[in-house]
Ligand binder design. Structure first.
Ligand SMILES: [Zn+2]
Length: 282
């Protein structure tokens, strides 16, 4: 009899685990959404001033974008090293992470609790060359002056924020496996089928393309550089490496060129009509 009770309890916990987790998540999001709404105008003013990507979205998607930005920011501790902090900093860094993952369901890059913002180029470990940013087990590191140059188009094809978030996205999906996105993980092998031969031709054959020599350093850098150029120069990317562009659009589930075609939606995955960009549809 006891065994029946224990088995029933275990089964009950297993069966109810997911619905209870989803309900808790929903309630948490609803609570956070109320707090976000009060701050939405400020978030809009900051993000719209700096992110062209955001300005091209439709109104519902802009709200979804800002709410994700708010949730991302509040899931992290931002640490400032020799740089004067401002209210804009965590919002813009969060917004760039949200840009990268906007076509995915999972967007918080869970595992990384800390984001470090430094003033400018810095030295890390035993490397002789200065760093603009990096990701390791202790957090995501970004230099603020390079970050701002990246989002204000002062450095063509270079966006250190997107670059480091691309490393972080791969990290949480494949290394720590702490926030796996089903679509991203399913599609990444298909991306690699296209990307690996291009990477190998660059690394071993010395092939040149718009990704540049740094992308040939290793496959992690190839991925992060390809993400940067996908968003920074989508027209040239699709023209020069069409199959890789398509593979990137598929794995990230978004296509920056859909903006240029006049479409206001970037999500390829169909969404139920009843869901709006509010607490339930992040
Ligand atoms: Zn890198």
């Amino acid at each position: 009899m006891e065994i029946v009770v224990i088995v029933s309890l275990v089964l009950g916990v297993l069966l109810l685990n997911r619905p209870v987790t989803l309900l808790a998540q929903r309630l948490y999001n609803r609570h956070q959404f109320k707090r976000f709404i009060v701050r939405e105008t400020f978030y809009h003013s900051v993000v719209s001033r700096h992110l062209n990507y955001y300005n091209r979205l439709g109104l519902d998607e802009q709200r979804k974008f800002l709410f994700r930005t708010y949730l991302f920011q509040h899931s992290k501790t931002f640490r400032y090293i020799e740089v004067e902090q401002s209210a804009e900093m965590p919002i813009l860094v969060s917004a760039v992470a949200v840009q990268l993952t906007f076509g995915l369901e999972k967007f918080k890059l869970n595992y990384f609790d800390d984001i470090f913002i430094l003033r400018d180029d810095y030295h890390y470990g035993f490397y002789s060359r200065p760093f603009m940013g990096h990701v390791d087990q202790t957090g995501i590191y970004l230099s603020w002056d390079n970050f701002m140059k990246g989002i204000s188009n002062q450095t063509p094809n270079c966006n250190v924020g997107l670059h480091e978030m691309a490393h972080a996205l791969a990290y949480v999906n494949f290394i720590t496996q702490t926030e796996e996105d089903k679509h991203f993980k399913k599609e990444f092998p298909n991306f690699s089928k296209v990307a690996r031969p291009i990477f190998t031709s660059m690394q071993q054959g010395g092939a040149k393309n718009l990704l540049g020599d740094y992308a040939a350093t290793n496959y992690h850098e190839f991925w992060a550089v390809a993400v940067e150029i996908f968003f920074e120069s989508p027209v040239q990317f699709r023209h020069e490496l069409p199959e890789l562009y398509e593979a990137m659009a598929t794995v990230l589930n978004q296509d920056p060129l859909s903006f240029i075609g006049g479409s206001t939606t970037i999500i390829r995955r169909p969404q139920p009509a009843s869901k709006r960009a509010d607490t339930s549809n992040l």
